[in-house]
Design a protein around this ligand. Structure first.
Ligand SMILES: *Cc1c(COP(=O)(O)O)cnc(C)c1O
Length: 431
């Protein structure tokens, strides 16, 4: 399958090149040339398929030719070796838990899939690929874990010194091997600026193959559509119209859900739930897209003022606002409302939601006020342990620390401190 740039000023490329480049030379995001719906029998018989079989059927059209079917199945078996349970909250509501992977946030699947694809493509190539990524927390750990030990790929992660949690810092600084953590004296925005500068630095690009590992990369974005199919398989027998509420930051996850819908999965509505960073909820009200600087919240993985994947969503609906609003509702919630929701969910069924999941729950409940006959699923994107202080203080209950987390807690942190872009560049050229 070929991919084109949404800016339309760059040549179409293969899946392989889209993964290796990350973003098109005209700075546009890549988008698949065709989306062919899966057969009706696929959805009729989905209960009889394993997760790997579902994922294979869904992704193969985007990857085909460039990764042989046997190899693709092997990759999916490695990537999807944990569970994605749907847990009942109340009569018409359930949560889809996406946090059972190695770093306990939903980014594990995308990061692992991208790492395995890049690893496959770099076999037999003599040019090493360097993955450069800035993180405010979860992305770094998922990427470090996913790419660990992948031959032909080096990973350089920039994170703001003192501004990620202890757990998150250990997840990205203790692995070693092909993973290097650069500890930046500055904020997440400073890290991101350095990464952007590197991607525009022709001198650097002439000397090395750089790619990104955030959800603009098609290999990180597309596999997220599996989640929605897995959930559909679980709740199809309820016989109700299904709605998904997705706690959204860069809108990669929800956009992947909409791809599952384009593949023929029956969904009544998607709900993009955000914290006070409400660029998209405002757009759905006013039809005006006004990006703004981000505001810090307790659901900090969604502190995004200019969501990079929203352009893909608009494109999916051919920029027709009426069509888009028939499929997408979007609501924004404050930290106070989020904490109240965490308490309410805990009181309803003893469930400990993290702040991101709680925002998803709020979006769902708001939508269901008028759509009482729908069956709603909100995505739980991180394990509550990743936001331990807020969760424990809000619901007044201790959270048990899972083994994935205890394993990294006593490992030694190794990072290289940098302050300026030139130090980053020197590091990249020297190593
Ligand atoms: C990244 C992240 C999100 C936001 O996902 P997008 O695809 O950027 O919208 C939500 N919750 C958690 C815990 C995350 O790590």
């Amino acid at each position: 399958m070929n991919f084109y740039s949404l800016n339309k000023q760059a040549p179409n490329v293969s899946f392989k090149d889209a993964v290796i480049k990350g973003i098109a030379p005209d700075r546009g995001l890549y988008f698949p040339e065709n989306i062919t719906p899966l057969s009706a029998s696929f959805f009729e018989n989905i209960e009889s398929l394993s997760n790997v079989e579902i994922a294979f059927e869904a992704i193969k059209q985007f990857v085909s030719e460039e990764i042989p079917e046997n190899k693709l199945k092997a990759i999916l078996t490695t990537v999807l070796d944990f569970d994605f349970p749907v847990v009942k909250i109340d009569k018409n509501t359930a949560t889809l838990e996406l946090f059972h992977g190695p770093t306990m946030a939903f980014k594990d699947v995308g990061a692992r899939f991208m790492a395995n694809c890049l690893g496959y493509f770099s076999e037999g190539e003599n040019k090493e690929v360097t993955v450069l990524v800035a993180t405010s927390g979860d992305t770094g750990g998922a990427v470090a874990n996913g790419f660990l030990g992948v031959k032909g790929v080096k990973v350089v992660i920039l994170y703001p010194s003192g501004k990620v949690s202890d757990i998150q810092e250990r997840q990205l600084t203790t692995l070693g091997k092909n993973i290097t953590a650069l500890e930046v004296d500055g904020t997440f925005d400073d890290c991101q600026k350095m990464v952007k500068t590197a991607f525009l630095d022709d001198d650097l690009l002439g000397k090395m193959q750089l790619t990104s590992a955030n959800s603009i990369n098609v290999a990180r974005w597309l596999p997220q559509l599996f989640y929605f199919l897995f959930a559909y398989k679980e709740v199809k027998s309820k016989g109700k119209e299904i709605v998904f509420s997705v706690p959204s930051g860069n809108f990669g996850n929800i956009c992947a859900g909409m791809m599952a819908q384009k593949l023929g999965m029956p969904v009544k509505q998607f709900i993009a739930a955000t914290n006070v960073n409400d660029t998209v909820p405002q757009f759905m009200k006013t039809q005006e897209y006004n990006p703004k600087p981000s505001t810090a919240t307790i659901s900090n993985a969604m502190d995004v003022g200019d969501p990079s994947n929203f352009i893909r969503i608009r494109h999916l609906f051919k920029d027709n606002f009426e069509d888009l609003s028939k499929n997408l509702s979007s609501y924004s919630f404050t930290d106070e409302e989020t904490k109240k929701a965490m308490i309410q969910i805990h009181n309803t069924c003893g469930y400990a939601a993290d702040p991101h999941g709680a925002v998803g729950y709020l979006g769902l409940k708001k939508y269901q006020e008028n759509e009482v006959n729908t069956y709603g699923i909100f995505l739980e994107t991180a394990h509550p342990v990743k936001f331990l202080d807020i969760v424990e203080n809000t619901i007044g209950k201790k959270i048990e620390i899972p083994t994935q987390i205890t394993k990294v807690m006593d490992k030694e942190k190794i990072s290289i401190k940098i302050e300026t872009y030139n130090e980053l560049k020197d590091y990249l050229l020297d190593n």
